[in-house]
Design a protein around this ligand. Structure first.
Ligand code: TEU
Ligand code: CA
Length: 558
């Protein structure tokens, strides 16, 4: 397989608002990130992905951009950004920026112009339609509850917004808009950026005619009409030709609703579109038919099926990204592990499970500390627009039970991931000397970076080792994946194979001991225990073993 630096890298995602506040205003900032550069270097990550730092009214915390070529005031200045980039590069690391071009803010100058009149030169930068019979142009719902259309009095038309009404969708059918986007990307790449994470990039092409979801519902989920739409590959190939292919960068597209067939096109090995995409299939395992707030327990066998499908379907066709949490998802250890009795063990197990697969692993800030979900008593303590819109729709307008909806927020809410980074056991976890924009998780006295740096057995040091192993063993990057013990109800086990070597990865996903029997088809002369989260010795006989709760072991077999 062709080698590439972005296949061998480990990415660390920073959510700047919650990472580190340098000036005591309660909001994380760019100088704060620069202050922590040695921490990131010590962890050993290669690439930093920064969630948006551009000028924004913060309706959706920076995912609503009002100027793509300026830094948000709260986060600092362009000089701060230049300095941060230099500090990253001086340490041999790379920086990828978030590219949010499915939509802009309604405060972007393009939209301010666009809404003025039907013949404004910027009108067609956005998607405007007249109403139908006194209602919206179609019945699509937005990701953030309610209609995906907003009526605008000035011109008596509606504009499309798949997210909040302050995030109008850009009209990619307009070549002038596309050219502006490419010029903007070029401007950033010329400043020295090493890659891009592209926000909901598979939503940029909408179905011709913007048809309503059939079935006659007033509002309905219209994903089939805007996910992986008719011209999306054409647009990405154009962007690749005009811009991306001219730089040695890495690109990852966030693609809700993409199948592995879609992924094989987006992340094709010829490199005509993107390097890799984020799938959502494993993130949907604990959602019922009603969507993300419709809670359902996930099952290990479903996880096996989904992960294995992505590993095998992209084999020889595309490259995977690997993640178990990010700024939109609950904390990994609370969701797939056990954040009570086995927090440390299960966080290490999940890290092992993920980092030994084929693909580029992404660590979300605080994951390396085993940070957990949070339960705030009051709705007012939550900040996320998705949470507040959903609560209004379900409880205030829909009359559903407050406690039931709060429970869903505790399990699925995005603010679980957005509580401030826990640096030490001082007030506000060392995140700020002021009053944090979102409350700190009360468990910071126990769970914080300082404790973990001091403790050689910590999750932090375990992640450090996972990253080092990837550097020392090609098989972890390039080996072929195969699931074993398919039917086992407690253990997720798989192999990776490269030339005459086999990597054996064994993970117990439960609180009970689990019996492991090595399948007969795996042959080897010697075995070496590469990493483990319990105190076991390198044993000669691995043909059968008993795994403790959330135990993980990785053997290199030769
Ligand atoms: O997320 C898009 C997306 O599809 C989801 O992650 C979505 O936010 C989530 O499922 C809602 O439950 C991206 C960004 O990562 C997210 O932070 C933004 O809010 C969104 O796009 C709009 O830019
Ligand atoms: Ca600040």
């Amino acid at each position: 397989m062709e080698k590439a630096w972005w296949k061998e890298s480990v990415v660390y995602q920073i959510y700047p608002r919650s990472f580190n506040d340098s000036n005591g205003d309660g909001v994380g900032d760019i100088k704060g990130i620069t202050e922590k550069m040695d921490y990131l270097k010590e962890l050993g990550v290669d690439v930093i992905w920064l969630s948006p730092v551009y000028k924004s009214p913060n309706d959706d915390n920076g995912y609503d951009i009002s100027d793509y070529q300026a830094i948000m005031d709260e986060f600092g200045t362009m000089d701060d950004w230049d300095e941060m980039l230099k500090e990253i590069h001086d340490r041999g690391m790379k920086l990828i920026m978030d590219l949010v071009v499915n939509h802009s803010s309604d405060e972007h100058k393009w939209f301010i112009e666009s809404r003025k009149s039907k013949d404004n030169p910027y009108r067609d930068y956005y998607i405007w339609r007249p109403g139908k019979n006194g209602q919206e142009p179609n019945n699509w719902t937005s990701f953030f509850s309610g209609s995906a259309w907003q009526y605008d009095e000035a011109t008596n038309e509606y504009y499309l917004h798949l997210f909040s009404k302050k995030q109008p969708d850009l009209n990619w059918e307009n070549p002038k808009l596309r050219k502006e986007v490419y010029d903007m990307i070029t401007w950033w790449l010329d400043r020295g950026v090493d890659g891009l994470r592209m926000d909901v990039i598979n939503l940029i092409s909408k179905a011709d005619g913007l048809p309503s979801v059939p079935g006659g519902k007033r509002y309905d989920w219209g994903g089939e009409f805007f996910m992986n739409g008719p011209r999306v590959h054409e647009y990405l190939q154009e962007m690749n030709r005009e811009v991306l292919s001219k730089y040695d960068i890495m690109t990852v597209g966030e693609c809700p609703g993409a199948s592995t067939e879609d992924a094989a096109k987006y992340a094709n090995l010829e490199g005509t579109e993107l390097n890799m995409i984020f799938t959502f299939e494993h993130m949907d395992l604990d959602s019922g038919p009603g969507g993300k707030w419709d809670l359902k327990p996930w099952k290990l066998n479903d996880l096996k099926e989904v992960m294995t499908k992505w590993q095998k379907d992209l084999e020889g066709k595309g490259w995977n990204s690997l993640y178990l949490n990010n700024h939109d998802q609950p904390r990994m250890v609370s969701r797939f592990g056990n954040d009570k009795e086995y927090r440390v063990e299960s966080a290490k197990m999940l890290g092992t499970f993920l980092h030994m697969m084929q693909g580029t692993p992404y660590i979300y800030q605080g994951e390396e500390l085993g940070m957990t979900n949070v339960r705030f008593e009051s709705l007012e303590d939550y900040n996320d627009i998705e949470i507040h819109n959903m609560y209004r729709e379900k409880v205030i307008e829909g009359g559903q039970d407050h406690n039931k909806v709060m429970e869903a927020i505790y399990i699925k809410g995005r603010d679980n991931a957005r509580t401030p980074m826990q640096w030490d056991d001082s007030e506000n976890a060392g995140f700020t000397t002021g009053s944090p924009w979102l409350k700190v998780n009360p468990n910071y006295k126990e769970i914080n970076a300082k404790n973990e740096l001091d403790n050689p057995q910590s999750i932090f040091h375990y992640y450090q080792k996972l990253i080092q192993l990837r550097k020392a063993n090609d098989i972890i990057v390039y080996g072929t994946y195969d699931l074993i013990l398919e039917e086992h109800e407690q253990i997720y086990a798989y192999t990776r194979t490269l030339d005459d070597q086999t990597l054996l990865v064994v993970c117990n996903f439960t609180v009970e001991d689990a019996d492991f029997e090595l399948p007969a088809h795996i042959h080897f002369k010697s075995n070496q225990l590469l990493i483990r989260n319990y105190d076991v010795q390198n044993s000669e006989d691995i043909s059968s073993m008993v795994l403790k709760p959330y135990e993980a072991r990785v053997y290199l077999l030769k």
